[in-house]
Design a protein around this ligand. Structure first.
Ligand code: NAI
Length: 380
């Protein structure tokens, strides 16, 4: 079995984390399947490298390949200033309709955390990626657009809003809510996880957040009957679906993390929640992620280009490597992914780590990006 993975090296520390990380992914596949399975890596250009070689930051050939792809990985991309679009990352996500941002969060032994039992955290956050207040529909206080909108709200709909307000719009649709929750439930069933929690502020925002909750339960009942049951049904099944109000979820994540498994939530809640949970297990340093649509899964580390350490062999390739492990799991190579996780546990707890982690591990020895990659390969 051979899987084609399109990859974008990325800017800043991108080339060095790839150089350290890709051999670890290949070695894990080789070790797990002895040559029976392999990855075919196909490079696509984007970002500064693309600009140098083609004059464009996001060449048409890259988008064309990604439109037909199932698996892709990328390093971080600099947001070019004044190029006519907000960010390459946002452009990729929107154009390819990568509607689910998925972040698994677990603790690695040895990494210092602000809580007593970081090892109790083992969750996967499914964050809706396309709508909510991130849709970019916003008008500045005092602008003609804001004034018109506020007049309409007051005169036509009887809403009592201060005419001097800045305003934003929070669209939440049945289609986008259901496809996100469908993905979360499917993931829970496929990976043997026991619960899916819908996280929302439906008590306050009834027709957006509350509707998300309602559509989430609907998709569970309509499409997964028998395999998914609600918490209060008194029945048992592969997966229990429940819901929590977002503020209570933040408390529960700290106090009873062992009770939570897969979380499915709207865009803004998901943004806060995934970073808060990452902090709970010791920061963003090792956090992997994926943006997924219906056909394409696009894996990436959660950090940026770290320009101040680029080219200095100081970057931590862990987030890219763990994103690669997620990719291997998704591509039907879970044994290779498990080898990477076990190796990461061993190397991190040995305390020979890159400078960012060394500063969090008492008595640790600092090693470079390339050496950290080598060590992970050796411990597979
Ligand atoms: P950043 O993640 O690049 O850096 C934040 C801090 O973390 C810095 O101190 C940096 O040195 C450190 N850091 C980040 N990754 C590290 C690693 N692997 N090993 C060791 N230390 C690491 O975020 P920042 O500074 O906000 O953004 C820099 C650039 O990256 C911007 O152009 C931004 O747009 C872009 N960016 C791209 C992302 C992507 O492609 N997905 C995500 C976030 C930012």
């Amino acid at each position: 079995m051979q899987k084609t993975v399109y990859y974008i090296e990325g800017d800043g520390i991108g080339p060095e984390v790839w150089a350290a990380g890709r051999p670890v992914l290949d070695a894990a596949v080789q070790k797990a399947y002895g040559g029976e399975r392999r990855i075919e890596w196909v490079e696509l250009l984007a970002g500064e490298k693309a600009h140098r070689e083609t004059g464009e930051y996001l060449p048409g050939a890259t988008m064309q390949a990604l439109r037909g792809a199932q698996l892709a990985m990328k390093g971080p991309l600099t947001t070019p200033v004044g190029q006519g679009f907000r960010s390459l990352n946002v452009t990729l996500r929107q154009t390819l309709d990568l509607y689910a941002c998925i972040r698994p969060i677990r603790h690695f032994k040895g990494v210092e955390s602000p809580v007593k039992h970081p090892d109790a955290v083992d969750m996967v956050v499914f964050r809706e990626n396309t709508e909510d207040v991130y849709a970019g529909i916003e008008y500045a206080a005092g602008s003609p657009e804001a004034r018109r909108l506020l007049e309409f709200l007051r005169d036509e709909l009887g809403a009592n809003v201060d005419a001097a307000a800045g305003v934003g719009v929070k669209p939440i649709t049945e289609h986008c809510s259901k496809r996100l929750v469908r993905k979360a439930i499917t993931h829970a069933l496929d990976t043997g996880r026991s619960s899916v929690t819908l996280v929302h502020k439906g008590n306050i925002m009834k027709y957006t957040e509350g509707a998300f909750r309602g559509w989430g339960y609907e998709v569970a009942a309509e499409e997964f009957a028998g395999r998914v049951v609600t918490e209060d049904s008194g029945q048992s099944a592969d997966v229990v679906i429940n819901d929590r109000i977002a503020d209570a979820m933040f408390q529960n994540a700290l106090m009873y993390p062992e009770q939570y498994d897969v979380l499915a939530t709207t865009n803004l809640n998901g943004d806060y929640l995934s970073d808060a949970l990452a902090a709970q297990v010791g920061g963003l340093g090792l956090a992997p992620g994926v943006n997924m649509g219906d056909t394409l899964a696009f894996f990436e580390p959660t950090h940026g280009t770290a320009p101040t350490i680029a080219g200095k062999d100081k970057a931590n390739p862990g987030s890219l490597i763990l994103s690669g492990a997620m990719m291997l799991e998704h591509a039907g190579m879970p044994e290779a992914a498990a080898l990477i996780h076990a190796s990461m546990d061993k190397v991190v707890s040995s305390g020979r780590v890159t400078v960012d982690l060394a500063s969090q591990i008492p008595g640790a020895t600092t090693i470079g990006c390339a050496a950290f990659g080598h060590l992970l390969g050796e411990h597979l």
